[in-house]
Ligand binder design. Sequence first.
Ligand SMILES: [Zn+2]
Ligand SMILES: [Zn+2]
Length: 290
Amino acid sequence: MLNFGRRQDVGYENEKVQNLTTMNIPTSILISVGSALLTVLAFMCIRTLVIVGGAAVYVGKSKRAAERRVYRRDFAHGQFRSELLAGAVVLLFDAATIVAVRYLGWIQPASFTLQNFLMTFAIAFVWYEIWFYATHRLMHTKPLYFIHAQHHVAKVTHPLTAMSFSLAERTVLNTGALGFVIVASHFLPVALEGYGLYFLFNYVLNVLGHTNVELLPKSFVKSSFGKVFITPTYHAMHHARYAGHYGLFTQVLDHAFKTRWQDYPEVHARAADGRGLTSMSERIETAPEK
Ligand SMILES: [Zn+2]
Ligand SMILES: [Zn+2]
């Protein structure tokens, strides 16, 4: 009888331990994921406030910025509200995606060395130029344009436009960004520091590219650097004209696939001279190419 009673107690204790374990594992994971999410979200909010907020204050308050607007037109009615809402959703979505990938353990990072760091940065740069151009161009086709329409709420861009995407488009962009690092990390020594620095650089240039303010001198466009890399004018023309200039930070693929506007140097010169365009449909006569 006594033995039987003891066995019953032991069974009860085991059941208690089992219940505690099954309750504790999800709670601890939940706390860990929750705190990771809050940390990533806090970092992203600070980054947005500093970079997007700083650029927005400059665009709105600076006399020099007002003089050098590429398109001297008003923002669309309801543009800021729409972009703010889309940007807030994108922020939450990005943070959740990063935390999910981190917890799923899909990335196999290599240790930090200068070589790994530089190689990761360079590969991320080239890969994302290709991914962005290809998907951006596809999203400008009639059947897929609905995915990209939120980004084109802005005909005249503002720093907020840099974060204004539909969830479907952000999924496409994040698939390129995270898919690359997940796959590449299994074959190449991917240093997360190089990858992180590229996307910080990407974020800053993306915001600058949406300022609708041309601070680079006319000589930049004619320089060999300016023939490869884009300027805020370059991307402002994409938003104003809905077509052409699909490239991210370089003109290489626009040149290769003939999607570069011929009057880009002239539009740039006008903005740099403080004589930005006053009509979206305005085209500037260019000399025929020799
Ligand atoms: Zn577009
Ligand atoms: Zn844009």
